[in-house]
Design a protein around this ligand. Structure first.
Ligand code: F6P
Length: 800
């Protein structure tokens, strides 16, 4: 039977409430018209002073067979409405119940409908003329049963609507049901109060309530219709876990360096097997029971994360997040002409040429200056600013090597070289710092935006010199960034990092000697070190990365952005997990965008995910972020952690191409297809977004991500590519081709420089939505470029 088919046409269930409502409404009118047409007879069951018959009075007469039939159909359809709605939520074709209490209320609503429905059938059989007492009792059962059912349904909807605040249809359902049920319940009280005392008024109330019940029945049409267009893949693509590899694949990309805030605990590779066991257990249980019982507990907010104005869930961030829609407008800069025409267009990078900032680092050795410089560089480059770090230590080493090669003179760069009582060395070091600053200024003049002077700049005198030099340049802003650190463990980790990484300063020494010498160097600096307090300077002083921040005279858009970013950083060990939503129905159909629900395999992924994540995270707190689209919310539904939805995490908006397959786009808009392949990062779909637009709207997410501890983001392909590129410092040209497969969890562990990465692919098949870069184009690099480079030959250009 087509209309009640379990495949493809779930929305055909809408006929059930329509039939129920139509029959009910039609019968009421048939009875009313019959009464009117037969000259308004005074039925036997009516009281002497009664002019308006109750429905039951007419129904006890010749229309009794019609009334019984109609009541039976209405009662059964009403019960079925609730059962089907429950089934569709359970199977993921309607917004799912996220909490146990929602399921409880839904079941109670069904129970209420069964009681009310039984009451309705029985009251029609035991008519008021022959069985007055029974009839009145069943009428009460009917009213109470339906009222309770409506109350439970409204409460259930209240919870679901809270979970899916961005689903306007749900909100409408909730309000429609509340208003109709509310009015009917009030009228039911009015009916009860008048039925025996003011019998004619009671009669009118009864007719109004009965007619109004039709509208309540029709709200189920509205609910069930929301499953239109959804289908499951049970038949075509049923999954048998045994068909898949017995192994959860895990790939590890080791972090480049360790130290600075690193979690030294090694994540043993045995984890993979454990995950496999847990994941397949979960899958087996699911298969055995039909569904996993969700456990929802709210993880306490992390005690280590300070409250912030822009904190996740905070009002400012929410507004910032919602305002991302506005950011889609993008730049006013002239766009490069595409080589072929099309409806979308290539949008140029915003014009940043006026932005010229010198960030001069301040701090003793081993205090994390290079860490902060590196992070800042990655963040700003991700936002497409031209940023370069000018490391004075590298320049010193490069110059010393050149001198040794040319003149055969080997400079002594042990601790004595860094002593302020060594006048010649002090002069030489000052000169190096000046030279590095000149190179930086020159680079800014040639088009750079932010130059980071990575040196100790640890005396007032040195800072005054930098200030005086920059005062001579027009349009350049100077900000000092001090990294102050008094945490012995962090200092020790940084010393080890320096010693163990084969720093050329220590290449002829044993690690022990190197350590001693480096500590002596630090103490030489300590003798003259002056923390930054100069009131006229523009500066940011960060204590123990994230513990305390002092800000002075920071003005302007980019400077404030830099300051805001640095304020959010911390170095506490943590993990960031990325997962795309489970396979969606659109994925199966090859369509892009949309807001479809999960396929049955996607649901399996959602159910298997909690085991994988909890195995990894253990007792530690974790927060789950999703987009506002159904497929991510559904994927997160079984995760027993606090969940937040972000508008900024919604998938790249494909504009007029939303809902099309790549093949359809190629056919309908061949020029656009070619344009996008030619320059995917810059291509903006007509009425939609480019990858650049997405990066811009993800900025608040990055800010918050840096501030938080363990986070799991259930996102989308394009979104996760952008976030992934930030953590691995991948270039914009390669970003749109990063592989983020379905049913795979990517675990990032931030390190001193870069991130460790592990990938866990669950053995649940899914379609491949990756469209590789066309063969002719330069293939993307997926290697992180976040490595700290001690040994890079500093480019020394002759100064103009
Ligand atoms: O195909 C899944 C999907 O998330 C689409 O919704 C989205 O448009 C697309 O990926 C983004 O990937 P690409 O930029 O490679 O088209």
């Amino acid at each position: 039977m087509a209309i009640f088919s379990h495949q493809r046409h779930h929305w055909a269930y809408v006929w059930i409430p329509i039939v129920g409502a139509f029959i009910w409404f039609g019968t009421l009118w048939a009875m009313l018209i019959t009464w009117l047409a037969t000259g308004r007879p005074h039925y036997v069951s009516m009281a002497a002073n009664q002019h308006v018959p109750f429905i039951s009075d007419i129904a006890a007469d010749i229309l009794k067979p019609l009334f019984i039939t109609s009541c039976t159909i209405t009662a059964i359809s009403f019960i079925l409405d609730l059962i089907i709605e429950r089934y569709l939520r359970h199977s993921g074709r309607l917004m799912p119940n996220m909490r146990t209490r929602e399921r409880v209320f839904s079941s109670l609503a069904i129970l209420g409908s069964v009681i009310g429905g039984a009451g309705l059938i029985l009251l029609s059989i035991f008519d008021t003329r022959r069985h007055k007492t029974l009839h009145d009792s069943f009428l009460l059962v009917f009213i109470v049963g339906v009222a309770l059912s409506a109350i439970f349904t409204v409460v259930e909807f209240r919870w679901i609507y809270k979970d899916f605040q961005y689903a306007p249809l749900l909100k409408r359902s909730y309000w429609m049901k509340s208003i109709i049920a509310g009015i009917l319940i009030i009228l039911a009280f009015a009916f009860a109060g008048t039925e025996f005392k003011v019998v004619n008024v009671g009669g009118i109330f009864e007719w109004i309530i009965a007619m109004g019940f039709t509208f309540y029945l029709l709200t189920f049409y509205y609910d069930l219709r929301q499953s239109k267009g959804t289908f499951d893949t049970d038949e075509a693509e049923d999954v048998d876990v045994d068909d898949y590899d017995e192994e959860v694949m895990m790939k590890t990309i080791p972090g480049e360096t360790k130290g600075w805030g690193e979690d030294v605990e090694d994540q043993a590779s045995g984890l993979a097997n454990k995950d496999l066991a847990r994941a397949s257990d979960a899958l087996e249980n699911m298969q055995a029971s039909g569904e996993l019982a969700p456990v929802v507990t709210v993880a306490p907010a992390s005690p280590n994360v300070p409250p912030a104005l822009f904190g996740a869930g905070g009002p400012m961030l929410k507004r910032f997040d919602e305002s991302t829609v506005a950011s889609r407008k993008g730049s006013n800069a002239p766009s490069p002409p595409p080589s072929v025409k099309g409806i979308g267009k290539k949008v140029a990078k915003p014009d940043y040429s006026e932005q010229k900032i010198v960030v001069a680092m301040v701090g003793l050795p081993a205090r994390g200056k290079s860490y902060l410089s590196n992070k800042l560089m990655i963040y700003l480059r991700w936002l497409e600013y031209d940023v370069k770090v000018f490391n004075v230590g590298q320049l010193r080493r490069t110059k010393a090597r050149q001198k040794a090669q040319k003149l055969g003179v080997k400079e002594n760069h042990t601790a004595e070289f860094f002593s302020h009582s060594n006048a010649q060395a002090t002069q030489s070091r000052d000169k190096l710092a000046e030279e590095s600053l000149e190179m930086l200024i020159q680079w800014l003049k040639e088009g750079g935006n932010v130059g980071i002077h990575d040196a100790t700049n640890s005396t007032k005198d040195r800072r005054a010199k930098i200030e005086a030099r920059l005062a001579k340049e027009k349009g350049m802003t100077l900000i000092f960034l001090e990294s102050f650190c008094d945490d012995p463990a962090t200092i020790a980790a940084n010393v080890e990092l320096k010693v163990s990484q084969g720093d050329p300063d220590y290449k002829d020494m044993s690690p022990d000697e190197a350590r001693k010498d480096f500590l002596r160097r630090i103490s030489e600096y300590e003798k003259v070190y002056e923390t930054i307090t100069e009131p006229h300077l523009s500066y940011l002083r960060i204590k123990n990365v994230g513990e305390e921040v002092t800000m002075s005279r920071i003005n302007g858009y980019l400077s404030s952005r830099i300051a805001f970013y640095l304020m959010n950083l911390h170095i506490r060990p943590r993990n960031i997990f990325f997962s795309r939503h489970g396979e969606s129905q659109y994925n199966v159909e090859g369509k892009i965008g949309g807001d479809s629900l999960l396929s049955s395999r996607g649901m399996q992924y959602a159910k298997a995910l909690p085991a994988l994540i909890t195995d990894n995270i253990g007792e530690k707190p974790l927060t789950v972020w999703t987009s506002t689209l159904k497929r991510t919310i559904q994927t997160a539904q079984y995760l027993p952690y606090t969940k937040l939805t972000w508008k900024s995490l919604d998938e790249l908006d494909a504009g007029v191409c939303d809902g099309m397959t790549y093949e359809e786009i190629e056919q309908a808009y061949p020029d656009d297809y070619a344009n996008r392949d030619e320059d995917k990062f810059n291509y903006r779909y007509r009425g939609g977004e480019s990858y650049r637009d997405v990066v811009v709207r993800l900025e608040p997410v990055i800010m918050e991500l840096e501030r938080q501890e363990n986070i799991l983001i259930i996102g989308h392909q394009a979104i996760l590519r952008c976030l992934y590129a930030y953590f691995h410092h991948l270039p914009q040209t390669d970003l749109p081709y990063i592989k983020i497969p379905l049913h795979t969890v990517i675990k990032l562990t931030p390190k001193a420089y870069g991130c460790d990465e592990e990938r866990y692919t669950l053995p649940i098949n899914a379609v491949d939505t990756h469209r590789p870069k066309p063969k002719a184009a330069k293939q993307p690099s997926t290697h992180s470029t976040t490595q700290r480079q001690y040994f890079v030959e500093e480019e020394i250009k002759p100064l103009a």
